[in-house]
Each structure stands twice: as C-alpha cells, then as structure tokens.
Design a protein around this ligand. Structure first.
Ligand code: NDP
Length: 445
C-alpha cells in the first residue's frame, strides 16, 4: 500500500507523544520524501522510511557534579545515536537548559540527512544536557564536562560515534570532554571534533558552518546570475555560526545590518565593520557579554526583545536556534523584498514559514544543506586525525567550498521542478537516497 503522509505522521506522533520538534522535523522531510518513495517500491517494501525515523538507540543518563559553593547538582545527559548506515555516528552536543529528548531527536534525525549530503562517510547523532554553561565558572564547567564524559565515554569512539560542539559547547567544553575521554579510554584518537589546534583540531572548523552557509548562498545566487557583493544581510544569533557567516559575507562585499542574541538585536544601518565584529566575537566567545553591552560601548542601536526579521534586507541568515522565524516574520521578509534565506541554524524556520518561502519561490536553503559546512570540516578533521596529518587553512577552505558546491549540485539534481530549484525537496531526497540505498543493501537490520 502506498505510503500516505497524514497516516504516516499519525503513527509517528502516536509512538513519540509530545515530541513537537521531532514531529516537525520528520514532517518536513516526509512531505518531500514520501512521493519519491512511492515511485520506488523497493524502499516502501523494506520500510526504509519507517526504519529511518526510529533512532538506532538513545542513551539517557544522570550527570552529578558539584558547584563552587560545594552544593550537589544534577542534570540529565543524552546521546541519540540515530543512524550509522553510511558511517560512524556523528553530531554535536548541545548544553542548554531547553535541551530535551524531542529537540535531540529532531537534531539527530536532521543530522542523518545533512551528513549524507556532505558526501563524506558519516552517520547521524546528537546529544547534550539540560545544563547551561553561561554564568558558570571554568571550574564548574570542567567538573560538569568530566562527569558528563564519565558516562558518555562508554558509548563513543573514533569508529563508533564522534561528538562535536553545538549551542553552549565550544572549544572550552570540547577540550574538557576530550581530556576526560582520553584519560578514561587511555587512547588518543579522533573521537571528538572541534578540538583545539594543538591536539588534533582542524583549521577552519570554528568558521566552517558560517562560511559554508555563505558559500551555499553564493551558489544559489549564481543560478540567477547574481552575487553576494553589494547585498544587505540580516543575521540572527551572534554565536559561532552567526559571527563567521557575518565575517564571510563582509569579506565578499555584502553589508551586514543586524545580529541578535537572546535579548534582542543590534541594527547597524551602514553595515558592521571588521573591528566591531571582532569585538563581538571576542565578547561572546570569552566573556559571555550581550549585544546590549556592545551597543552601549559603540553607541549602536539595540532593539530589546525583538527579532531582526523586521529589517529590510536582500538576504536573511537565521543562525540562532530552532523555530526563530515564524510566518509573520516570513511575510515581513517577503514584503520587504528579501530574496534569499540560508539557514545557518537547524530548523530555524517554522513549518508554515518555510512553506511560504517555497511558495514565494525564494532561494530558500534548509539547514541540512546550508549549514552542513561545520560537520563537513568535522569529517575532514576525522580524516586528518586518522592520517596523523594537519592540512593548511587554504587546503581546508578549498575543500569546504568544494563540498558546499557538491551539496548545491545534489539539491539541483533532485529538487528542480519546472526549471526552478526547490532546495528543501532536493536536500531531503538526495540526503535520503544515499542512506536508504545503504539500508536496503544491509537487509533487515
Ligand atoms: P552558539 O551557542 O555559539 O550561538 C547561539 C546564538 O544563538 C547565540 O547568540 C545565542 O544568544 C542565540 N540563541 C540561542 N538560543 C536562542 C533563543 N532561544 N532565542 C534567541 N537567540 C538564541 O551556537 P552555534 O552558533 O554553534 O549554533 C547556532 C545554531 O546553528 C544551532 O541551531 C546549531 O544547532 C546550528 N549549527 C551549529 C553548528 C556548529 O558548527 N556550531 C553546525 C550546524 C548547525 P546568546 O548569545 O544570548 O546566548
């Protein structure tokens, strides 16, 4: 019997009650992939999509630690090992108080498709904890990370599962976790990516997601004979992805007029300067400052409690978190003549908003394609670790550009409808096909 979207989703919702973000991520993929499956009965017969929506395993564990005042503290840690059909599990760890199973299942599921698109041999996973490192001392973060790894180390390994950073997990946290992993396993292997350059990290890793989202935007614009140069850009977030997207856009001659954080956004009508961006990167990476502090320092405009999508722009880069751009925001962007949306974050565009972008025929790149640069360089970090080599910045950047070009090419191949590229369709089908073919080959596993 042909797969049918609503019936499939009803079953998924019944089996995963209350997991709103997970339902949303699956629906977005199912809508594009089910018609493709219905043209390929071999996938349908082998229940490939049913199996792909069920994680291989989920590990949930207690993380006990002690704060600086000597109080006992407890958080919940997770690792969702989603699918390893095409390579070892690979995906970041998120430390944020909002972390729950639904969010990690959605992120792990997305990661399977994203990693497949990179053309590198990586399966999909995601993990993290409901722990907020902001405002904690280095010693507290270290104790938390060591305790977290004391359980997680049993479930990971260079050929098993290779975690990396995400929201709330930067070089400091990765270093504490890798140090503890190395101590417990007595092995120096590439079991983590995003490591410091002194101990196996790759050039360009921290810039890769933001740079990649801009390289992808460049490819999309090229299909219409346009370039990034001279265009205005609004970016949400001011963390790892957002700031390096800003840096690359400015380098290519675009004008970045906004960045945001949890408290609001800054408006820079004449465009951010390199000096101001460097200040924001240093402030966010090392001092956990806010854009309000920055605006005070530089006399810029800060709009508290608002999202930046109200500003007119040619290009929008949502680079903060899931569901940060709703249908009202989408309508405002469309009305203001925005032509391109490249998702630096994972699922930042709410379901209804992404449908509006598709219907308006915008150049709209879903995160699984546009933000795959980060995990791609993680894949290259794994290769460098296996070979005991480190490549130059230029070499890694060259490979990043080539990977983003190939991802774009796959979107064009599978997403072109009546002469227009639907990037959501292209990314979902191309990502699905490689994993599905591997699963078919394995038989019933
Ligand atoms: P960071 O923690 O470095 O930065 C996140 C930024 O988003 C911060 O500026 C933060 O504000 C803001 N933010 C977080 N939550 C909210 C919220 N609920 N409302 C408004 N603003 C918020 O994370 P990354 O830059 O690494 O990750 C950003 C997104 O990109 C995530 O969706 C992540 O999954 C995705 N991604 C990241 C990759 C990577 O390589 N890092 C790879 C692929 C995807 P504040 O500064 O106030 O904390």
């Amino acid at each position: 019997m042909a797969l049918e979207l609503d019936r499939f989703m009803a079953g998924l919702v019944r089996r995963n009650p209350g997991e709103r973000e997970f339902h949303q991520a699956v629906r977005e993929v199912a809508e594009k992939v089910i018609p493709f499956i219905n043209q390929h009965p071999e996938y349908e017969k082998a229940l490939i999509f049913e199996r792909m929506t069920e994680p291989d395993r989920v590990v949930i564990f207690r993380v006990s630690w002690e704060d600086d005042e000597g109080n006992f503290r407890v958080n919940r840690g997770y690792r969702v090992q989603y699918n390893n059909a095409i390579g070892p599990y690979k995906g970041g760890l998120r430390f944020d108080k909002s972390v729950n199973l639904s969010i990690l299942k959605f992120l792990g599921f997305e990661q399977v498709f994203k990693n497949s698109l990179t053309t590198l041999p990586m399966g999909g996973a995601k993990g993290g904890a409901d722990f907020n490192p902001k405002g904690k001392s280095d010693a507290e973060v270290m104790r938390f990370c060591h305790s977290f790894m004391t359980e997680l180390y049993r479930h990971i390994g260079a050929d098993v599962d290779v975690p990396a950073g995400d929201i709330g997990v930067g070089t400091r946290e990765v270093s504490y976790m890798f140090g503890q992993y190395k101590r417990l396993s007595n092995k120096f292997t590439g079991t983590f990516t995003g490591k410091g350059l002194a101990f196996g990290g790759s050039q360009i890793r921290k810039e890769a997601t933001g740079y990649g989202a801009v390289y992808f935007a460049r490819e999309m614009l090229a299909t219409c004979g346009e370039t990034v140069e001279g265009k205005s850009a609004v970016i949400s977030g001011s963390g790892n992805v957002a700031t390096y997207a800003a840096q690359k856009l400015m380098e290519m001659g675009a004008k970045v007029v906004a960045l945001s954080d949890r408290r609001g956004f800054i408006h820079e009508p004449d465009g951010l300067t390199n000096e101001r961006l460097a200040y924001i990167i240093e402030m966010k990476e090392n001092h956990h400052g806010t854009l309000e502090d920055y605006a005070r320092e530089f006399g810029s405009t800060f709009c508290p409690g608002k999202r930046p999508w109200i500003l007119p722009c040619d290009m929008a880069f949502p680079c903060a978190t899931q569901n940060e751009l709703d249908k009202e925001d989408a309508q405002t962007l469309i009305n203001n003549g925005c032509k391109l949306v490249s998702e630096g974050a994972n699922m930042p565009t709410a379901y209804a908003a992404s449908t509006m972008f598709e219907e308006a025929h915008m150049l709209f790149a879903p995160g699984k394609a546009a933000n795959a640069g980060g995990v791609s360089i993680s894949g290259l970090e794994m290769s460098q670790n296996s070979m005991r080599m480190s490549w130059s910045r230029e070499e890694v950047d060259r490979q990043l550009q080539e990977i983003m070009r190939r991802i774009h090419e796959q979107c064009v191949e599978y997403g072109t409808v009546n002469g227009r590229v639907n990037y959501v369709k292209g990314a979902n089908i191309a990502g699905f096909k490689k994993v599905a073919d591997a699963m078919l080959a394995f038989g019933i596993v």
